[in-house]
Structures are given as structure tokens and as C-alpha cells.
Ligand binder design. Structure first.
Ligand SMILES: Nc1ncnc2c1ncn2[C@@H]1O[C@H](COP(=O)(O)OP(=O)(O)OP(=O)(O)O)[C@@H](O)[C@H]1O
Ligand SMILES: [Mg+2]
Length: 306
């Protein structure tokens, strides 16, 4: 995968992995963690002294264990007889195992039993194994123990979005070298946008203005850049008018309504008390209507934003 502007992070990650450490790439959604993890995997795949590399794409922990079982079966590291599978599969050599036939049976095994079969097999394996996990965001505190056991025998290279929210998997994270994936530098963002425009043959009236708008609005988040580029790519020609409209939309989208909502809420509550205190029935009714309206608007606003 072609990625730009991640030399420092990639080098750091590779050097930690070469030292035998576990690594964790963390950063906001869409900042480019998965892309970086794939890149690291590719670099290692091309090197000779790499050992066994396993990439797990699934997000759910159970599915990750199933995926891991598959790789280990196919690499001959896990013996089919140690999984709870029909006996006809027990003596098959790795190259004869057809995943499509056993997938359902493996899926039915619970995570505890899967871990129970996988972990001794990993312990026995003499090759160095690196397991790439994209990503760990759905790991629950109860599943943490299985992850820790796996980590005793393999090196883990994983990503997670917003690790601060993952208090339940703290112990696992303690063992990992954390590498923060930060938003891209404007010069790199600009290059990515430029390449996209050229590759798609997009026609832009004011390229500099268009590029700088996307670079600025995305805040260095590649996912945001691609979203904006994709939306614009439906236009036959990107006119100045289109860029102006994009700016307007972005302005509305990123406008923070919280302070206004707080003030409106306070006014309504205040009005209610004044109405009760002064015995003003009209004001009381108006405040009640205002409160109802306020709650409705708030409900739809948060729904829309979510
Ligand atoms: N350095 C980069 N250069 C070019 N493209 C990139 C770069 N980093 C990420 N991208 C692209 O940006 C998009 C988002 O990146 P990615 O999926 O890696 O983000 P993420 O941090 O894993 O997001 P999430 O938290 O949602 O999983 C992808 O299409 C990816 O190919
Ligand atoms: Mg990702």
C-alpha cells in the first residue's frame, strides 16, 4: 500500500518489532493507523528474516481467534486434532485442510476453547511469530486474558482507535510500546490531494484554492480528505462556486452548538421560576412550551450529529 509521510512512525515500529517488542498504533478514527499497519506488514513480508507473519483483519475478538486458528492450521502450527473438529479432519496435513469445509465447525467453538487449543500450539512453535491485529477496539475486559496469553508466545502489532476510552484493556496495553499516529503534515496532505486529483483526472478551476481548502478542513486526517475528494469527484468540473459551497457546509458541520443550547436551556428554566415566583400564568405556559420545543430540537440535533 502506498502511504505518504509516515517514515518516522514506520521506522520506529519496525525497530521495536525487531527488538522483540509488542507495538500498538493508536490515534483518532481515520488518521491512518490501519494503512500504517499494512505498510509495516508489507515491509516485513519483503524481508528475509521475518519468521511467521499473520494478519488479522476482523474487528471482533472471537472472529480474530477464528482467523488466527485458520492461519495456524494452514501453517501447520496448530494440529486439527487439537480443535474440537470432526475426526475425519484430524489427520489431514495442513495443505489438505479446506477452510470452507471446517469454517463452520471452528466458528462454533467458543473463544475459551479456541484459546485453549491455540496457546499450547503457539508455545511449542519455535519460529518467531508476529500477529498483526487491525484492530483491538472491540476487545472487552473479559477477553483481555486471552489476548495476554497469546502475547506470551507471539509478538503483537495492533492498532486501536482512541485508547483513552479503552480502560478495560489496560493490562494488555501496558505490555505494548505505544506509537501515536498523528494527523499528517499539511505538505503531505497537499501531496495526497494533488495525487488524487491527477489520478482521477478531476477538473478543477482553482486547484490551489481547492487543495488548500481540503488540507485545512481535514486537519491532516486522510479519511476526511478522501471523503471530501470523493464527494467532489461527482462534479464534472470543480468550480469556484463548488468550493464556496463546500466551505459553507463545512462551516455548518463543524459549528459548535453546545454553548447556545446551554444558554437557551438556562433561559427556559429561569423563565419557569420567574413565572412561578411572580404568579405569571402566561409566562409559565410559554416556558413550558419552550421546554418541550427545546427537548425535541435537542433530540433531533444529537441524532443528526451522531
Ligand atoms: N499516510 C497516508 N498516505 C496516503 N493515504 C493514507 C495514509 N494514511 C491513511 N491513508 C488512507 O486514508 C484512509 C483512512 O486510513 P485508515 O483506514 O488507515 O485509518 P484508521 O486510523 O485505521 O481509521 P479507523 O480508526 O476508522 O480504523 C484509507 O483509505 C487509507 O488508505
Ligand atoms: Mg483502521
Amino acid at each position: 500500500m502506498q502511504i505518504l509521510g509516515r517514515d518516522t512512525e514506520a521506522e520506529l515500529a519496525l525497530s521495536e518489532l525487531r527488538k522483540g517488542k509488542h507495538i500498538l498504533l493508536h490515534g483518532n478514527h481515520g488518521v491512518g493507523k490501519s494503512a500504517l499497519l499494512h505498510h509495516i506488514h508489507e515491509v516485513l513480508s519483503a524481508s528475509r528474516s521475518r519468521g511467521v507473519l499473520i494478519f488479522l483483519h476482523d474487528h471482533q475478538t472471537k472472529a480474530q481467534f477464528v482467523e488466527l486458528s485458520r492461519h495456524l492450521l494452514e501453517a501447520g502450527i496448530l494440529n486439527p486434532s487439537s480443535l474440537d473438529l470432526p475426526t475425519k479432519y484430524h489427520d489431514l496435513p495442513p495443505e489438505k485442510i479446506e477452510w470452507n469445509q471446517i469454517r463452520r465447525a471452528v466458528n462454533r467453538i467458543n473463544i475459551r476453547d479456541l484459546a485453549g487449543s491455540i496457546i499450547p500450539a503457539l508455545a511449542e512453535c519455535e519460529d518467531k511469530i508476529i500477529v498483526f491485529v487491525d484492530d483491538l477496539s472491540f476487545l472487552t475486559p473479559t477477553q483481555q486474558a486471552f489476548g495476554m496469553q497469546v502475547m506470551e508466545h507471539v509478538q503483537l502489532a495492533a492498532c486501536v482507535a482512541d485508547k483513552r476510552k479503552k480502560k478495560g484493556i489496560k493490562k494488555l496495553l501496558w505490555k505494548m510500546k505505544e506509537i501515536e499516529v498523528l494527523p499528517l503534515q499539511p505538505s503531505v496532505s497537499s501531496k495526497i490531494v494533488q495525487e488524487y486529483i491527477t489520478e482521477r483526472g478531476m477538473m478543477v478551476e482553482e486547484p490551489d484554492q481547492f487543495i488548500s481548502h481540503i488540507v485545512k478542513q481535514s486537519g491532516g486526517m486522510p479519511q476526511a480528505m478522501f471523503d471530501m475528494l470523493y464527494e467532489s469527484s461527482h462534479e464534472r468540473v470543480i468550480t469556484k462556486q463548488h468550493i464556496r459551497e463546500m466551505k459553507h457546509e463545512a462551516g455548518v458541520r463543524y459549528f459548535d452548538f453546545t454553548p447556545i443550547m446551554l444558554i437557551v436551556g438556562a433561559l427556559i428554566v429561569g423563565a419557569r421560576y420567574v413565572a412561578i415566583g411572580t404568579g405569571n400564568a402566561d409566562l409559565y405556559v410559554v416556558a413550558g412550551m419552550g421546554a418541550a420545543l427545546f427537548l425535541t430540537v435537542r433530540f433531533f440535533m444529537f441524532k443528526g450529529m451522531g
